[in-house]
Design a protein around this ligand. Structure first.
Ligand code: NAI
Length: 462
């Protein structure tokens, strides 16, 4: 029976980052993981493998559409699906092995197996009992399906199955125009698949800035994705390797059917805490099935904490990581803190989409006096050279104080560009602070500066 200061259950971005920070702060730490590799959903069947396929399929798109414009002749590039899958596997392996190395470096014990909490201060893994002063649940989330839809991970797949289809399908129906549906839908559309996205609402990516939603949908349509909006999927049946999706158009209340050889169900994720024994410990849950925590990530059971997708808030790897670091610092007697107002969101399509802080709709709801500084990538020299001039940067700032309240970007490297605005917001900066900061030329970042200039006396290149 080993004894620890901290046992973290789950080795996804929340759990492994938490374990490393605990160890760095001098706490004797172990991390429980039942998968064969560390890294959780993100590294094994989520963020990392999807980015590998997004990267590979984007290269194909470039070869098919832009190479010839630059005088590069690479006619009819061929997709070797097995090799692409192997590339993806190598990327996963490189990342998961990296976490194993970091655990060794930081002297963190990997307790192999699925953990449970049989009593306060105790964690059981593979029949062995371990003692911990503090237990941190970082058990993550799992895909949530719809009633009437059974996921078999072959024909009717979640994101997990969609990442390892045994062949490239001909027709794919994606249920849900959220982050997963659009990222994976783009991968397959670029690989030549006829992709139809069926979405319940009248706009894609709920919660995102309205102008970005419209531009994004227009660009995706141009890339070949088809959209059926305002349609509630009722059921999916399968016969002879073909799926039939039944949906109802909400306004007309008419029923329709569409056939596909693969259906991706991307209608959200739900917290995963199966087998941990939370009920027996009397741990309180929220109405939506998340583990209830206080501002310091403490659950209702003494010495048990929870972070990441298993608790409230956006289901994002980096939100989980920040919570992992914060709880480690709190347990080490320091001031751990997460600024939930400055958590960026990124969609890794091409172009990328990113956002931080308030949307215009939210500011209107709050009755805030705000101004908008917008700059199109058409006026950015680097974007023009790279055939990447679709999209814009939009900065929202307080009309009176000029303080940045939010930012929304659709365009090249939007997922990276957003961070200078995040840093500015952390420091409570005004749009003028960004506008007065010298930005190297020629970079995509100049578009951020121009949007900041547009909050004041005007952008230069528009
Ligand atoms: P989501 O919540 O982003 O989108 C689900 C979509 O399905 C919504 O637009 C919803 O209106 C639609 N829908 C629900 N029921 C429907 C029905 N019966 N018929 C038609 N449409 C229906 O969920 P998604 O894309 O599955 O992602 C799950 C989580 O994973 C999210 O929290 C997301 O933030 C996270 N994630 C983040 C990524 C990133 O940061 N790049 C990448 C992948 C996932």
């Amino acid at each position: 029976m080993a004894s620890y200061d901290v046992i973290v259950i789950g080795s996804g971005p929340g759990g492994y980052v938490c374990a490393i920070r605990c160890a760095q702060l001098g706490l004797k730490t172990a991390c429980v993981e039942g998968r064969e590799t560390l890294g959780g959903t993100c590294l094994n069947v989520g963020c990392i493998p999807s980015k590998a396929l997004l990267h590979a399929s984007h290269q194909l798109h470039e070869a098919q559409h832009n190479f010839v414009k630059m005088g590069l002749i690479a006619e009819n590039p061929i997709v070797d699906w097995t090799k692409m899958q192997n590339y993806k596997k190598d990327v996963i392996e490189g990342n998961t092995k990296g976490i194993e190395f970091l655990f060794k470096k930081n002297k963190i014990d990997w307790l192999k197996g699925w953990g449970s909490i049989p009593a306060l201060g105790k964690v059981e893994v593979a029949g062995e009992l371990h003692i911990a002063k503090h237990i941190i649940i970082a058990s993550g989330s799992e895909p949530s399906s719809l009633p009437g839809i059974k996921i078999d991970e072959k024909i009717v797949v979640s994101s997990t199955g969609a990442l390892e289809l045994d062949k490239i399908p001909t027709k794919m129906v994606v249920i849900g125009a959220g982050v997963i549906g659009l990222e994976l839908g783009s991968v397959y559309a670029r690989l030549g698949v006829d992709v139809e996205v069926i979405e319940f609402l009248d706009q894609i990516t709920p919660g995102m800035d309205g102008e970005v939603q419209k531009t994004f949908q227009r660009i995706l349509k141009k890339q070949g994705l088809k959209f059926t909006m305002g349609a509630a999927v009722q059921s999916v049946s399968t016969k002879n390797k073909t799926a039939t999706v039944t949906y109802v158009k909400r306004k007309k209340e008419t029923e329709h059917q569409v056939e596909a050889d693969v259906v991706l169900v991307a209608t959200g994720r739900k917290p995963y805490a199966a087998g941990l024994g939370l009920e027996a410990l009397g741990i309180e849950m929220t109405k939506s099935g998340q583990i209830q925590t206080d501002a310091n990530y403490a659950t209702s059971a003494s010495g048990v904490y929870a972070i990441g997708d298993a608790i409230e808030g956006p289901m994002l790897a980096h939100k989980a990581e920040d919570e992992g670091m914060a709880i480690a610092e709190i347990l080490a007697g320091k001031a751990g803190h997460v600024n939930y107002n400055v958590i960026p969101g990124v969609i890794y399509t091409h172009p990328e989409v990113s956002s931080v802080g308030n949307t215009e709709d939210q500011l209107k709801e709050q009755g805030r006096d705000y101004k908008v500084g917008k700059f199109s990538f058409v006026g950015n020299g680097r974007a023009k050279a790279n055939f990447a001039s679709e999209g814009f940067v939009k900065i929202l700032a307080d009309k009176n104080t000029d303080r940045i309240l939010g930012a929304h970007i659709i365009g090249p490297m939007a997922g990276d560009l957003i961070h200078e605005i995040c840093v500015a917001m952390e420091f409570g900066a005004a749009a003028e602070d960004l506008a007065r900061t010298c930005h190297a030329h020629p970079t995509y970042s100049e578009a951020v500066r121009e949007a900041a200039l547009a909050c004041g006396n005007g952008a230069i290149h528009s």
